[in-house]
Structure formats: structure tokens, C-alpha cells
Design a protein around this ligand. Sequence first.
Ligand SMILES: [Zn+2]
Length: 702
Amino acid sequence: MSFSSYDSVKEQIREAIDIVELVSRYVPLRRQGANYVGRCPWHDDSRPSLQVNPQRQSYKCWVCNVGGDIFSFIMQVEKVDFREALDILAEKAGIRLPDKRDGVRLDGFLKKDRQNEKSGQNENVEDGRSGINDDPAYVSKKTLYQAMQWACDRYHHALLNLEEALPARKYLEDRGITRASIKQFQIGYAPLERDWWINQLKGDPKRIGILEVLGVLTRRQEEEGGEDRSRRSNQPYDRFRGRVLFPIRDTQDRTVAFGGRVLPNAPFASRAKYINSPETPLFSKHRLLYGLDIARLTMSKTRRALVMEGYTDCIIAHQYGFSDAVAVLGTALGAEHVRILKRFSDKIYLILDGDEAGRKRANEVLELFVAQGADMSVLTLPGGEDPAEYLESQGAEGFTLLLEHESLDALEHAFVAGTRGIDLNNDIVGGTAALDRLLAVIAKAPAMLGQIDEQRILRLEKTIQRLSQRFGIDEGQVRRRLKQIRSNEQSRTQSRTHTRSFEGDTFGAEPVVERGSVPDSRHGIDESVWNDPRQWPDGLERELIELWLADPTTHYAFWEHIDTDWFRSPITRAISRKSNEMFDREKLPTFENLLTSFDDVRMKNFLVDLDESGRAKRMVPPAPTVDAEGNTLEHEAIEQPYTEETKERLVKEIIASFDRRRDDHRHRLDIGKLKGDSLSKEEKIDTLANLLERQKKKHEKK
Ligand SMILES: [Zn+2]
């Protein structure tokens, strides 16, 4: 999708959905003056603190300092990223996102001989709306989902009915997986016959291409030996053949991938025990969990998630009544997983098979715990048993007891793993080194998108208190060590991003950040900027943006006078750049347009913040009036637009301030040059003269 069509889709959605209506689906709202108010969903709100402004189509909670538009509201309330929020809102608005966005082209998968394009008569792999007539190689996402479900059904059917699937059924039985589970989880079997799919698809090249895109078919040579490859080396074949298949579904119950387990005594000796579908247009393993489609309903009730390491462990757990169990897909539990689980649960238990796995994961889990603000615990099963084995020997009660008494929260678990073999009472050096290692993990944990600062700080405070207790080291000292580790980390990153030539400059107190540090404003600002108050806009820059938001036409006056690079904060610089971009396209950079153009939750929050603070300054109570009985009536303040005179005065003042800023900017540049050795003697003298001239002017003005 091109930039402009992306913007226009966002704008269409903004026009179609009213924020008051949207918010009130989550929070009851009532009118208060020109606004609506309701109880904030993000903090324990006894009085209605959430304000919704129907004119500006924005919301704000001052307690949480959270605000934005319809997009960031959905991002924050549903805990989804911008892409998903866009999908949800597009669907609500009945707007179809451009096709090219989600479909794929089969180029490279389709063979040249596409002559017999018969539509599948028995399987509806094609839905007719995918634009097959105008672009034969194009396949919509809907078609891909249908094809995947069809493949899943064929595999399931094969497991239940084929003679050759007997060992597969036997394997599942031996693992204790019931017939009911086989149906519920739609477990399947991929037949060994090399041309099985080609026959099922009746050789249709388009449908073969689709299954190749979906990773069901592959052309990659397998190391299986003894097979005649030369004849049909280029014929695609089943990636999973001879395996028991566990379909992986997304939270909308759509099959998107398979996990395949090799059978004991399988004919191909050197094969991996488990393989998963490759990353496809439908599947990203970092975002999906096995069994979540079934578990999420229970999770919403128990508010708990049990994360296992294997598919069969997850299924057995369900059989024992732990229907809030899911499994990772051969990867470690990651930030994306936690974000998704937090939508359904408050507490995440990671169930690990043995001590070794537990030790290896300790720091990863601690980082997730700190960064994601997730309540996480780790349960290491005794005796190296896996969850299925443990459940079979100890039953559901035994497992529940273990969960309740033997699981350690992430910090405790990391402490135990990190201090193993260290005598904390006597080995001071070893103890502090272990503490520093834990603090380093905590220091580098990134802030979660849209996370509320207050909660983060509280969480960190608690963590420090507990570390101080466990290590027997004074709380203040733990805090100082953390600060030290952080500032070491920061100076490392700063020396990368800050311009060298400004170092040691006595004139400019503020750090000057290199231009290139704003990546693409579409995706918002670099994480580090939001975490570093020194890079936030100062009073002057805030005032300017407030004025722009109050009246975007004032932008003209600044356009010629102010260079975007004179802004000291990357945040205001990005806004200024975006406004200029809109002007270039003859579009007014109004509050609404700016808000819509940024996808970053914090940028939206910042704009709403400035819009509100600017409006507060323009709130003036009308003169009191006297009613028929002679009583004086005071009136509520209402927003007064700036008069032309006021606007003119503000523009002049701000431009004058920026002129001084420009001089400072040049001053710092010159000093940097003088200190370096890039200038010739003559140039140095010239530069020095300029510098003195500016300094003289500055004093004359005073
Ligand atoms: Zn709040």
C-alpha cells in the first residue's frame, strides 16, 4: 500500500467511527459540559477520570497520562498493535482494507503451463472475490485461510481413516491422547506417498501453488536417501509426510500452520523429531501459541495461563482439566506471546521440564517480567519429568499442589538461578556480581508500548526492595548500582547517537541529538527518546505546537522562518516534519490529521496532551450575568478562539525565540569546528570573528 492510500484508509476509518460511541462500548459514559466522562479502564478509578472529547475525537485520562484517538484507544484497551487496531476498526466501520495489503501473488510458485484452469469442483479453495480474472497469480488472504482449513481437514481425515495411519493412531494412544482430544485439536496425519497432495489437488497448478505458499508443500530436497530424485526433483511434495500433525490456530480459530512430529520407527532415519510450518503470510511463530484458540475461553475465567513446552503436554493438560494450558511453538516464550496472553490472563506460569531449561530461561523470563509488566512464575518439574508424565503419575491434584507451592515468581526464580553455588553470607564479591547481573537485565528491559509510567515505577520499586532483602544489601545501594548500570548503558548509546563536535561545549547546556535519530515518523519515535526526559520538548517547542493545533494556518508564518532542525526534541521535530509534509501535499496539518498520521501510541498521547493544555489556556469564563430576580450568575468557562492580534503576537514572540535558538545552534557548531582540526588557520579566524560578532549582538540586545 502506498503512503497516501495508507493515510487515506486511516482517515476514512476516522470519519466513520465516533469516539464517544466506540469508548462507550467499553466504559459507560455520561455527558459533562462539552465532553463525556467515564471511569478510566486503566486505573482503579473511583470518580470518572476518563474524558472523551467529541469535537476533537480524542480521549484523555490525566491520572494515567494516557490519551489519543480511536486507534490508540483500541490499541490500549485491546492490547493490540497498530496493524491489528486498524483491522478491528476497519471491520467495525465496514471499510475493506485494500486487497494488495493482505493477499499474496503466486509468482514463482506457478508453473508456466497454466492451461487447465478448472475451478475446483469439490473443494472451494477459490472464493471468486480474489480478483482471479484480472490477476491470475493473485490470491486473497481469505482464500489462503480456506485452503489451510481444507488441508487440515484432509490430514485429519487421513489420520482417522487411512490404513497406513495405524502407527500414528497407536502413537497418540500410547501418549494417552483420547479420541475426543484428537477431534477437538483436529490432529492429523500426512501420508507417506510422495504424490498424495498432487493427486488430491488433481494436479491443478494454482492450488498446488497455494499449498506451497502455505508451506504445506515444499520443493526443498529432504535428506532421506534411497529415493529416486533425478526424475522429479522439481515436483513439490508434502513437507510433513509420515508425521502426526498438530494444527496451529490463531485466536480467531483459523488454522494457520502445522507442527509435525515424526513417528517412532519412521522410515526416514535422519529426520528432526518436530518440524513446524515455515513463516508464511498467515503464520508467525513469535505471535502464536498452540492451543490458545481453545484455552483462551478458560483463561478469561481463571485469569491464568499455563505455558507448556510441548504440544502433547498441552493436550494432556487439557484432558486433566487444565484447559487454560497452551504451548510455545518450539521457541522461547517472547514479548509478543506475553502481550497476547495478557489479553486473557493476569498470571502466566511457565512450566519447564527440568532444572537446566529453568536456569537457561531465568534471565529471559525476568526481562519479560520487568518489561511487560506481566505477573509471571516458573514451575520446574521435579525429576526431569515432562508435564504429561507428571500428570499421569500424580494426577490433577498433584499438579495443582505443585503449581501452588513449587512455582517461583520470575524475580525469585532468577535470583535462585543467578546465585546458585554462591555463598551470599561470605562471598561478597560473588554476591555483588550476581546482583549486578540481575540489575543489568532489569536495566535493559524496554518499556512496554503504552505502558503507564506509574505502574512501571511501582513495579521497579518493589523489585528493588525484594532484591535488597534477598541479597542483604541496603536498598539505597541497590538503587545506586541500578542507576550506575543504567547510566553506563546510556552513555554507551549516547556516544553512538550524539554528534561528536558538540562535546565539551560550554554554551549549549542541552544535549543536541543527531538529525538521523528520528527514523520514520510514521512508526513514531525511537524508544529511547520517550524514556529520556532530556529529549522531551521544552516550553517554547510545546507552545509552538499548541499554537499549530489551535490554528493550523499559523503554520504558514513559521514555515519560512523556522528550520525543522532547530527543534531540540526529536518529538517536536517529527511533528514539524510531518506538518511540512502535509503542507507540501496541500493538506492542512490539523490536529485530527496529525493525530491520524502517527501510529505511535505515545505520539498520539503527546498530541492530545498539547491539544488539551493549549485549550485550557484559552478557556475563559464569560462575564457574569444578572437574572430577573437580580442574582448574579457565574458561567462555566468556555473555549475562546485566539483573536487575530493574539495570534500575531504569539507568532512574533515564538519566531524571535527561535532566532536566538538558531544563533545558539550556529554558535555551538562554530565552537565544535574550532575545537576540531578540520579548519585552516584563515577559516578559524573567520569563524572566531563570526562568533564574537554574534556574542556582541547578544549582549547589545540585553
Ligand atoms: Zn486512568
